[in-house]
Design a binder for this molecule. Structure first.
Ligand SMILES: Cc1cc2nc3c(=O)[nH]c(=O)nc-3n(C[C@H](O)[C@H](O)[C@H](O)COP(=O)(O)OP(=O)(O)OC[C@H]3O[C@@H](n4cnc5c(N)ncnc54)[C@H](O)[C@@H]3O)c2cc1C
Length: 321
């Protein structure tokens, strides 16, 4: 296999060339404030791709109050912050992530009131779907099987099988970079295909309210089971991946274009265009972020040359250059 260079233009670096900060001082502040943290935490443990170098500092946030405290300390110390959901749409650099990674998975409380469910951003989306079904609330069936957290699903306006977060979200509470808490209602969330206001405003989703409809638990669960079966039949769920690698280009399906270009099964190192579904890049074993980036570049170039269609990654690239 010919060596391919890493396409740096693909990477959305979270690093901060212009920030000057003292990470050891921040760690001291964390210790004083009794905030538990991990150092040099390998990110392959926290991504569905099972790829990624170490985060300098990793904090598993325990409560909304702890989030505000940790976030403010990072801001005061000028340390870059990366928000992690379940890592199911991320490709993390082999060189890791600079600064502090905040994992929100413990912010997972769910409460129901009539047809509304209020849920913490770190909650598992599948757990939310099951909770809604058990409460006899319909509307989230489409989301069953999308891996990830509620916060990540809001950020991405995640969707499948004809539904998207936009259809069921009523409001979202978030914290902006100044540490202020605010709430946005559905029309203010700028939800469109795999896009939301949070991709521009840089705020962190803390909680979401879903407005659902009364339904029958058995019928809702049957629909969820059917959707999961369709996923298992079509998607290479037996391999680590970050789901669909590319967004759906207008008027086409990325997987079909990639297959038509003869790229099904094409590999770079441990990364491969799935044989089962060409829209997925999978980690066959031992893939590096560099392998995945090179494969993505190769697919983009080939599809563009042969069909004239530009494929835009849906997977988000983060970490050091
Ligand atoms: C097998 C497989 C199948 C998939 N199928 C689908 C599908 O059908 N439809 C679909 O839409 N996606 C799908 N995905 C992609 C992925 O599951 C979704 O994009 C998911 O919503 C990402 O959530 P997450 O918590 O894992 O986010 P992460 O991957 O952790 O993060 C994604 C982005 O969201 C940001 N983010 C996360 N939480 C917050 C928060 N609380 N506040 C602000 N920003 C935040 C992160 O900083 C990052 O930029 C699939 C992935 C896999 C592996």
């Amino acid at each position: 296999m010919q060596a391919l260079s890493v396409p740096h233009s693909l990477i959305n670096f979270t690093g901060s060339d212009f920030l000057i900060y003292d990470l050891n001082h921040l760690k001291g502040e964390f210790k004083k404030a009794n905030i538990n943290f991990l150092e040099n935490e390998p990110m392959h443990r926290h991504t569905s791709f099972k790829i990624g170098g170490a985060a300098d500092v990793f904090v598993n946030i325990g409560s909304k109050e702890e989030f505000t405290r940790v976030f403010s300390l990072c801001k005061e110390e000028n340390v870059p912050v990366t928000i992690l959901g379940k890592g199911s749409n991320l490709l993390v650099s082999d060189k890791g992530i600079e600064g502090v990674v905040l994992c929100l998975e413990n912010l997972n409380k769910m409460t129901v009131s009539g047809e509304r469910i209020t849920v913490g951003a770190g909650a598992n989306l599948a757990a939310l779907c099951t909770f809604a079904a058990n409460e006899g609330l319909s509307g989230l069936e489409f989301a069953f099987g999308i891996p990830g957290s509620v916060g990540g699903a809001v950020f991405m306006n995640a969707g499948a099988y004809g539904g998207e977060m936009k259809d069921v979200l009523e409001s979202v509470t978030a914290v902006n970079s100044g540490g202020e808490i605010f709430t946005l209602f559905r029309d203010e969330l700028c939800l469109s295909y795999r896009s939301s206001a949070f991709q521009k405003n840089g705020a962190t989703v803390i909680e979401a309210v879903f407005k659902l409809k009364k339904g029958n638990t058995e019928e809702i669960k049957a629909s969820m089971t059917e959707i999961m079966k369709r996923r298992k039949d079509k998607q290479p769920l037996e391999f680590p991946s970050a789901g669909s690698t590319f967004k759906r280009p207008e008027g086409y399906f990325a997987g079909t274009l990639i297959e038509q270009c003869g790229l099904k099964g094409f590999s770079v190192g441990g990364a491969q265009v799935s044989v089962k579904h060409a829209g997925f890049v999978i980690n066959k074993g031992g893939a590096t972020a560099n392998d995945v980036l090179c494969l993505i570049k190769k697919v983009q170039e080939t599809v563009s040359r042969k069909t004239g269609v530009t494929l835009e990654p849906e997977v988000i690239f983060i970490g050091r250059e």
